[in-house]
Design a protein around this ligand. Structure first.
Ligand SMILES: [Cu+2]
Length: 157
């Protein structure tokens, strides 16, 4: 009698547990949405990249960003509470989205060569710990004309 009861419970709960685990553990399932690159309104040779990194699988870590523009480098500027901080990696939790957006966390591009103008195409390569490299083809957009809200970038000293 007791054994039978346990079996019935197991039949009900095991599939439910498997479904839950399938969502937030195991291999990550990363997809990139709404990616765009915008030239800095203030500083020559700088741009910010915004996107949503969607993860329908288990956790991953964004470990590096690079681009195919000579001399240019990409880094992560993340909001920590009310402050912007430069970080070396970004956790991508399982079953969640990480949003890089205007006025908040973003991917910062610096040291683009002279002559880099709106319309210039480039490829941003994001390296994930588990998912490997995702290449995103982007085109630089003009800096927003309206006054953007002030953003305090981390100091570089
Ligand atoms: Cu920045």
């Amino acid at each position: 009698m007791k054994v039978k009861k346990f079996k019935i419970l197991a039949l009900i709960f095991l599939p439910a547990m498997l479904i839950l685990q399938a969502c937030h553990s195991g291999p990550p399932r990363i997809s990139i949405e709404n990616a765009k690159a915008q030239l800095s309104p203030a500083i020559y040779g700088e741009a910010m990249v915004f996107m949503t990194i969607k993860n329908d699988g288990g956790p991953d870590v964004l470990e590096a960003a690079s681009l195919n523009v000579p001399g240019a480098q990409a880094m992560f500027h993340m909001m920590k509470g009310h402050n912007m901080a430069q970080v070396t990696s970004v956790a991508i939790p399982g079953g969640k989205s990480v949003v890089f957006k205007m006025g908040s966390s973003h991917i910062m591009i610096e040291d683009m060569p002279r002559g880099t103008v709106a319309g210039s195409p480039f490829t941003l390569a994001l390296t994930f710990q588990k998912s490997g490299v995702e290449n995103i083809n982007l085109k630089l957009e003009k800096a927003p004309s309206e006054k953007a809200p002030p953003m305090n970038m981390p100091s570089m000293d």
